[in-house]
Design a binder for this molecule. Sequence first.
Ligand SMILES: *Cc1c(COP(=O)(O)O)cnc(C)c1O
Length: 404
Amino acid sequence: MKFPIFMDNHSTTPMDPRVLEAMLPYFIEKFGNAASRNHQFGWEAEEAVEAARAQIAKLVHCDAKELVFTSGATESDNLALRGVVEMYKDKGNHVITCMTEHRAVLDTCKALEKRGIAVTSLPVEKDGRVKPEEVRNAITDKTILISVMLANNEIGTIHPIAEIGKIAKEKGILFHCDATQGVGKIPVDVNQLGVDLMSFTAHKIYGPKGVGALYVRKKGPRVRLVPMIDGGGHERGMRSGTLPVPLIVGFGKACELCDQEMPAESKRIAAMRDRLQAQIMGALDECYLNGHPTERLPHNLNISFAYVEGEALLMGVKEIALSSGSACTSATLEPSYVLRALGVGSDLAHSSIRFGLGRFTTDEEVDYTAKRMVAAVTRLREMSPLYEMAKEGIDLKSVQWAAH
Ligand SMILES: *Cc1c(COP(=O)(O)O)cnc(C)c1O
């Protein structure tokens, strides 16, 4: 086993060596600008970009011409929300989203609110899913866009996107989906999901960092966007700027590999994830699974360990790269807004750990991680007076704590 062990595949993924191999010729030998129409260098680069575009389109079942290359999912989310709001401002000024979206969507909505856009942020169920009926009830005659993610990056919960897509279609409202965590991990078909715009990125699927895509529906309806970046009119005018050919080639290769390997890979990873869960929860009491038990990404596991601080737990297992449900913001430790939206109490939100398995995770690493987590939680609980009191049957809520 090699240390440290990477169990944080929701934050990013290592690049697949086959992706790097595909990219290498496009740095030095084939360095042309894909927009150069007059010579071999340009033609070669353009051909590589279009081949990659086709590989990416195949994975999400769209037409290659419906893809706009961006710098990543953050930019795709921004372009989708800002671009639609600006283009359709005469039709309305209301956007519907959900409380557990990624910051790339939530912060963009906040910025739009400052410019007079009304935003409804829908709550979620205890399992992290937004109810399609809630979406329907939030729609007004001013609604121009609905934005709900495919799968959550913390708890792995998969939203009922196809059902929401049907409602959006019925009401004639554009539907954007941040599918960053789902693409490449679960089957994604833009028509089956009924989405009009969809964001995703290469670095979460074993591709390079710095390149992503926005799917923009061309037919039924034809979606139009006001661009955020003006320039040479690249990407049908929606995103100007010289295309990063090596990154795009890598993105294409990463999608091709996901397409080929997903059926076997997702089964293998889900089995490892289930074993990790069983080993941890079988050995420890008072552990709680966050998110939906089955409507969940195959590589995600999120557990709260009562009476243990997530940050302290991570310090105890430094040789494993994990993520906790507390975000360090300036001076204070804020519990995850995603877990809070599920109704998880502040204490349990602070005790949560996210495990993100991936293509290169091994059985050995899973067993090691389970063993170390159990040992670290047990040790921390042995030092916890609260845990001891709870074990003795004292109802902690009834305790009269001395005032400071
Ligand atoms: C990682 C992530 C993003 C941001 O993607 P970048 O390519 O890093 O900008 C957006 N949304 C979700 C759900 C993500 O997991």
